[in-house]
Design a protein around this ligand. Structure first.
Ligand code: NI
Length: 159
């Protein structure tokens, strides 16, 4: 496993639409392992493949509960319920935080890394993370949909 380089704000790849995964092969499994390791290294709750420069519809999310990291290939939201203003950040925008409206609950469908089609009902932070990462697969980032006037910029710490 390896830590991958996270593409940062201003990188044009973040605006691109990722492609459906057709084959789950060793290369994809390595990508998934690296994405999980990279997400954990930076204490993220989610990461999309495009953020490590790969335009494939793969996301990983982890809200650090009993479920552990969830790998979602070709994920789609099939149902949403409610709406809530949530604080949000992104590993590609390390110093920016803002409020974004997200559903309180979602039902998502995805293929797991064994190739099985799965369905999950997610609430709050997990729902938010899934929506945020699926947005990445469509070339959308949270600062595009933030509630105006809520952007906060945190100065990077001196190294
Ligand atoms: Ni993000």
């Amino acid at each position: 496993m390896a830590i991958r380089n996270i593409r940062q704000e201003g990188d044009e790849i973040l605006k691109k639409v990722s492609k459906e995964v057709e084959v789950i092969d060793d290369k994809l499994q390595t990508l998934i392992d690296d994405m999980i390791e990279t997400m954990h290294k930076y204490n993220g709750v989610g990461l999309a493949a495009v953020q490590v420069g790969i335009l494939k519809r793969v996301i990983v999310v982890d809200i650090y509960d009993d479920m552990g990291p969830v790998v979602m290939i070709n994920p789609i939201i099939i149902k949403t319920k409610g709406e809530k203003e949530m604080d949000e950040g992104c590993l590609s925008f390390p110093n920016k935080f803002a409020k974004v409206k997200r559903p309180e609950e979602v039902i998502a469908e995805y293929t797991d890394r064994e190739g099985k089609r799965m369905r999950v009902k997610a609430k709050e932070l997990l729902a938010q993370a899934i929506c945020h990462e699926i947005d990445h697969l469509n070339g959308e980032v949270f600062v595009d949909k933030m509630i105006p006037g809520t952007l906060e910029y945190i100065e990077p710490k001196e190294k």
